[in-house]
Ligand binder design. Sequence first.
Ligand code: ADP
Ligand code: MG
Length: 572
Amino acid sequence: MIRRLSPIVINQIAAGEVVERPASIVKELVENSLDAGAHRIDITLERGGRDMVRVSDDGCGIDASELELAVAPHATSKIENEADLAAIASLGFRGEALASIASVSRFSITSRLPASDAGARLEVEGGNGGLPQPIAAPPGTTVEIKRLFFNTPARRKFLKSPAAETSRAREIVQRLAAAHWQVSFTFRSGERTLLELPAANKPEDRIAAILGTELSGELISIEGEQKGVRLWGVIGTPQVARPTSRHLHVFVNGRAISDGSLTHAVREAFRGLIEPKRYPTAALFIEMDPSLVDANVHPRKSEVRFRDRDAMWHLVNRTIAAALAGRDIVPMYSPGPPKEQSFGSGMRSGFDVSAARAAVAGIPLPAHDRSVPPPLPTIIGPDAVMQVQKCFLVTQDEQGLLIIDQHALHERIMFEELKERLASGPLESQRLLVPLSMPADAAQLDAAEQYAALLAKLGIDATASGPASISLHAVPTLFSSRGVDAPAFVADLLEQLGEGTLPPDPEAALSEVLDMMACKAAIKAGDSLTGEETAALITKAREIDRSERCPHGRPTTMRLSIDELERRFGRK
Ligand code: ADP
Ligand code: MG
């Protein structure tokens, strides 16, 4: 039997698309406040939004006679006809956010027009509304949501911890605030003020708030224009590239969007400057005639369709490429010594490259001064190994000549060793006397909590120490002996875990994580090796399976057989 659904069910279905979690409510409400021309927007969450979400503004307000309409589905003051839909100039236009939110919560909206002397409040519970009541209120609008998802328990179960939900909401506010720097924002969690952003005169002041002030020295301003489309913003230098695209922000006419084609345009501009798996950091602002872009393609309005997609791609790509070309930027894989350590007390500060290598290779350390060139291979004869350009090793076996990529081979060896060690318990871990504090975003905080068991296996103890920071209490011993930047590694790992970019299968995911570790800890191209070290590498390679491929599947070793050599020299 076919039935027409009741309006409440229709709204709950719409809510399924629009109201995923407290952060999506915050987004819709703040967008409404911005559309209302607010100069000040205050956001408060209690228990990550489970108990309460409140957004107050000093915008244009809603007349008491229109409050019921505001929470009715498909009711909006922002567009009127088809022509308006073709050139959307506001953030909202679908007229369904308030109706959807009110259908899955206990909802109240209080509003007063600046010109009127009293306000009115309307309460709605699970989609069932009363009548607006007069009430004293300041000019502007306050929307308050309690008991979120009380009538859709399945959704409630999907909510993460209060800290994680707070963090997500905070990020949404930061992103909206970046594009609306003239508006002042506060964001509170219970009694704590987590963001206090006074109205800024120039966008740069706000951009720092979303990208993180620690990046301020690593940002390059960009500016471009083409056929009336203006692009401006900042890009991060290659050094601050990230393992996921979440620090690549694109705004179109004040709306934060995700767009595969523009992400591609940015990555292409960075090609060769950052590793292929990483994503640039950027905040890009595009301003264009609203009739040249369709905002009506996604229920959460997080995607747009450009009339001329190719032109947009080129504008973004060329503007960024030109900005990068104008800078002296170190290309990737540049040979150089491993980074100096900056561990707190309890860890060795700095480390001895050769001691570390010897420890890994399991050979006694020859005492020699690193400032003089490494001695010639001590193993003379058929097992001699030559290091070429501090990058490749050349040696032989029964079948012919071997050319080895030193990093790829060492990565493979470390990967196998880590796997073997893990089979008999967690990796050896070193507790830090003074925990290392590192900045963290919502996804990272989330991951630290959710993947605590996996991290413990790896010898990592990382716990939230605030709404935007993590304390590292323990790191794998291997990190200090191999000069791995522990906070940077943990930040990357948590970002990938939090974004779900690792394979869903636990074993495959663990494998990938071990590979990340092996890659960071392995000898790099550009490291010069002693004869003992190269010999130890070759010996190890013979002991492990599949040593001819690194864990990524790239070859570690190339063989030129005697047969092949003879053919090439015309002996056959
Ligand atoms: P939309 O934003 O797509 O129009 P909403 O359901 O979010 O749909 O809001 C419905 C209507 O309620 C808006 O069109 C607007 O007229 C009014 N409204 C909502 N929030 C506010 C606010 N903070 N200030 C003034 N008017 C608001
Ligand atoms: Mg809206």
